[in-house]
Design a protein around this ligand. Structure first.
Ligand code: F1P
Length: 319
């Protein structure tokens, strides 16, 4: 198959041919993974937070940003108060009815420490890609999305698939996002995005988490200078970095007049108005393409591992 590989992880309906490496294959398989997750949502409904529960969602890196999107979508659609935390920063004294943790690897130290803390105190649920991972035994209940697991160190489809599951559980149909993504996968990446030197991603509501994830993707895979903010925060400082070679990427509707200000500063205001999840996929494709154009391997970026496992400090070592 000459450098091409068949993706066997997501079932017949999701088979795609990779053009270059794992990440491109995994990115392209997302619509199929989302539809599969949407079908699964009814089967796992009783494991996921019930309406009215006060919920905390925690994770690290990409998983934290998916937690942010879900928390906002859940609260805004009237299902109950929902907070998202980096697993290392969750306040341990607050009262929650359920704690949900997200971890593709199921081995991330900070997530396991949280589950250990809440053991026997609060019902816990983990969503992971790996049935044999420590989070499955550490949480009271677990949902295993092994069909969306990935070879690439950089997360793409696992993260969006768990979000698709959670959004479906909230009553949001994933079909339009999947269709928009299929159309987008057939498009070429715009030259002005490939040529940019700096990206600022802006979101509102549940797309703030997507903006954070978009910025992380370009940092992780391509080592790029990226930032992310709630859209209304852009004028409170972040505007200072916009200039020639900047792209300010707006998920959702731009605040009045912002696109003109970005253009006047010499930047590109990128606002497709398309489905936010499909736009995140465009960023993933861009991250892989920019990495390869720079001679980097987007599947195995420097200084990154599939999961972060911290070794305990030795007694007597300095703080
Ligand atoms: C979390 C995470 C990823 C990151 C890198 C290291 O992993 O921080 O977001 O991209 O791969 O691990 P997990 O807890 O979801 O496995």
């Amino acid at each position: 198959m000459d450098g091409q590989r068949r993706d066997a992880n997501v079932g017949e309906e999701a088979r795609v041919v990779a053009k270059v490496g794992s990440i491109e294959s995994e990115i392209a398989s997302q619509p199929a993974c989302w539809r599969r997750a949407a079908k699964l949502a009814a089967d796992v409904a009783r494991t996921l937070p019930a309406g009215g529960e006060r919920v905390a969602v925690a994770g690290c890196g990409t998983s934290w940003f998916m937690a942010q999107s879900y928390a906002c979508a859940r609260e805004q659609s009237g299902h109950g108060e929902t907070d998202a935390f980096a697993a290392s920063e969750m306040p341990l004294r607050r009262r929650y009815d359920r704690v949900l943790v997200l971890s593709r690897s199921g081995t991330t130290t900070e997530v396991l420490q949280l589950l250990d803390h809440f053991d026997g105190k609060v019902p816990t649920v983990a969503i992971t890609a790996s049935a044999g991972s420590p989070v499955v035994s550490a949480a009271d209940e677990a949902i295993v999305l092994d069909f969306a697991d990935e070879e690439s160190v950089v997360q793409t489809r696992f993260a969006t698939t768990e979000l698709a599951l959670l959004l479906t559980h909230l009553g949001h149909g994933i079909g339009p996002a999947a269709e928009a993504t299929e159309r987008l996968l057939a498009e070429a990446l715009p030259a002005e995005l490939m040529a940019a030197r700096q990206f600022t991603f802006l979101g509102t509501g549940w797309t703030c988490g997507l903006a954070n994830e978009a910025a992380l993707k370009l940092r992780e895979a391509a080592g790029m200078w990226t930032e992310a903010y709630p859209a209304m925060e852009y004028r409170h400082g972040p505007a200072a970095v916009t200039g020639p070679g900047s792209v300010v990427w707006l998920f959702g509707t731009a605040p009045d007049g912002l696109a003109d200000e970005i253009t006047a500063a010499g930047g590109v205001a990128w606002q497709s108005g398309g489905d936010p999840l499909a736009e995140l996929v465009r960023v993933q494709l861009l991250a892989a393409a920019v990495a390869r154009a720079r001679g980097l391997d987007p599947d195995r970026p420097r200084n990154l591992a599939r999961s972060v496992i911290l070794t305990p400090a030795r007694p007597g070592s300095s703080p």
